[in-house]
Each structure stands twice: as structure tokens, then as C-alpha cells.
Design a binder for this molecule. Structure first.
Ligand SMILES: C[S@@+](CC[C@H](N)C(=O)[O-])C[C@H]1O[C@@H](n2cnc3c(N)ncnc32)[C@H](O)[C@@H]1O
Length: 281
């Protein structure tokens, strides 16, 4: 499998980064409106965009931040960071932050920051690479303090990968955490039942995502928590925390100020999760 890794196989996932960036304009997350404005002008696409995805994207983003803050770890490797503002915000707070995404996204992100007059802090690195390649992790690792732990983060990558590919990414994460210590925070293990509630809340969402990428398959989803524990446990991870998106409901601008909510959206927030893993002792 390793020799067959080809970046162009994954580039078809990249436009989904616009699908996830758009709903963040209906939140109070800094920079997101400016970022999307640039994308809308400079990346012409035929994508169907969903305002009603805002509570889910906002909850995912804020819950991930909360778990990162709780960890007190100040070095972050964010995989498949897309057009997210998190790296910029946390590097401005003094975190040592490395983002890794495919080349086209990184090129756009660097250009967009320049165009909207955002100075990239010294301690934020936006690196082109592939989360399936060990060599990309080696490049990222050069920017970390060897004595400090790392929090690896990803939101919106593993769902597009087969189980064989997920395993390769997980092994790369295992490798870097085994040297530094730290944790892995991810929303990308959300079980199958969530896809059903997402389909109920956002009609044709998954059908439209499948038009963008052939890599949006129900068979590549986890069945339940037991499946998640077993899959990552076999690689050497221990699942230490499971959090529902719902936990963030009171802190969501999209719900509390813009009232983007109904019963179906509420159900997606119950079924979606972020987990924290660490290497087994
Ligand atoms: C749904 S987007 C999520 C982006 C961002 N995390 C967010 O929440 O807005 C998926 C991202 O995965 C990236 N991606 C896909 N395959 C990748 C790979 N093999 N290595 C690194 N990034 C990858 C895409 O380029 C895209 O930015």
C-alpha cells in the first residue's frame, strides 16, 4: 500500500474544505468570514453549500478547541486543516502550530492570508504533504520542540479514507506520539448512525458530497464505539474520552444568536462525537 500512495488520489477530497469553511461564516469564529469571502471570489466551484451545517461545524470546531485547551498541550499538529482559522488563532496565542494539508489547499491558504493582509506568525507552519506519508510527518516533526508533547488534531479527513488508509494515518500519528507523548483529538470517527441523522437534517448533503468526491462511502464509517476502540486499539491507541457535539450547544452562535436549529439538526449534534486518544501505556 505504502508505495502506491499518490497525492492526486486525495486531491478530489480538497474541495470539501470549502463546504466546511462556508458554514463557519454563520458563527462567531474569528477570520472565517474574510477567509470564505476570498474563497468565494477566487475558487469558483459548483459546490452546493449548506447554511444549516453551521451548528455542526461550529460544535466540531469549538469542541476540538475545548479538548485542546483542557489538555494544556501547547504544540499542535493539525492534519487536513483546510481553510480553518484554528492554526492562526492558536499560533497567535503562542502555540507552536503545524498544519499539514495537500498542496493545492496550502498554496491557496498562503495566498489568501497574504491577500487579506494576515501576517503568518513565525510559530505557524502551513506545510504541503500527505497524511498517509511518513515523510510528511518527518517534515512536520522538524518544527516541534522535541521535549514537549504534541496534540494531533483532525476534523474531516478519516471519513474519506478506507480502513486501510485510516490505519496508515493512525500509524503515522502513533509514531510521532510515541516519540513526543501527547494526545490525538479527532471528530473523524463519528459512527454510521450520525450519517443517517445528517442526511435527515441536510437533505442531499451526503449525495452532493459524493458528487465532489468518490470517497464518501458509508462502508468506510465506524459502526459504533466498540468498533472505534477495537480498530485503534489494534494499532496501539487507548480511547480516553468521548464527547458529543451537543456538549457545546450553549456556546454556539449559529444556534443561540442566528437560531439555525431544528429537531433534526439537534439530533446530528447528539450523534456526532469527538474522541481523545493516547498511546497505550
Ligand atoms: C472536509 S475538508 C476539512 C478541512 C478542515 N479540517 C475543516 O474542518 O474545514 C478535508 C480536508 O482533507 C484534506 N486532505 C484530504 N486528503 C488528505 C491527505 N491524504 N493528507 C492531508 N490532507 C488531506 C483536504 O485537502 C481537505 O482540506
Amino acid at each position: 500500500m505504502k508505495e502506491k500512495i499518490n497525492d492526486s488520489d486525495y486531491e478530489e477530497i480538497s474541495p470539501t474544505a470549502i463546504v466546511t469553511a462556508y458554514p463557519r461564516i454563520f458563527t462567531d469564529i474569528p477570520y472565517e468570514k474574510e477567509i470564505y469571502k476570498w474563497l468565494n471570489t477566487n475558487c469558483k466551484t459548483e459546490l452546493t453549500l449548506y447554511k444549516n451545517l453551521a451548528p455542526e461545524m461550529e460544535a466540531r470546531y469549538k469542541l476540538t478547541n475545548k479538548l485542546l485547551n483542557n489538555s494544556k498541550i501547547k504544540q499542535v499538529l493539525e492534519l487536513a486543516s483546510g481553510y480553518s482559522s484554528r492554526g492562526l488563532i492558536y499560533s497567535k496565542k503562542g502555540y507552536n502550530y503545524v498544519e499539514l494539508d495537500l498542496e493545492s489547499i496550502c498554496k491557496n491558504k498562503l495566498k489568501l492570508f497574504k491577500d487579506i493582509n494576515i501576517m503568518i506568525p513565525e510559530n505557524l507552519k502551513i506545510l504541503s504533504g500527505n497524511a498517509l506519508r511518513k515523510s510528511s510527518f518527518d517534515e512536520c516533526e522538524k518544527h516541534f520542540n522535541k521535549k514537549e508533547p504534541i496534540a494531533v488534531i483532525n476534523e474531516g479527513l478519516l471519513r474519506y479514507l478506507t480502513f486501510e488508509e485510516k490505519k496508515i494515518v493512525a500509524e503515522n500519528i502513533y509514531n510521532i506520539l510515541s516519540k513526543h507523548g501527547g494526545i490525538w483529538i479527532t471528530s473523524d470517527v463519528t459512527p454510521k448512525k450520525f450519517i443517517k441523522s445528517q442526511d435527515n437534517a441536510l437533505q442531499d448533503f451526503n449525495k452532493n458530497v459524493s458528487k465532489i468526491t468518490s470517497r464518501n462511502n458509508l462502508n468506510d464509517r465506524f459502526e459504533n464505539i466498540e468498533h472505534i476502540k477495537k480498530f485503534f486499539g489494534d494499532i496501539g491507541f487507548e480511547l480516553i474520552e468521548v464527547h458529543q457535539f451537543n456538549e457545546m450547544k450553549d456556546e454556539l452562535y449559529s444556534i443561540n444568536k442566528l437560531n439555525i436549529i431544528d429537531d433534526k439538526i439537534e439530533k446530528t449534534l447528539e450523534d456526532a462525537i469527538v474522541v481523545v486518544m493516547k498511546i497505550k501505556d
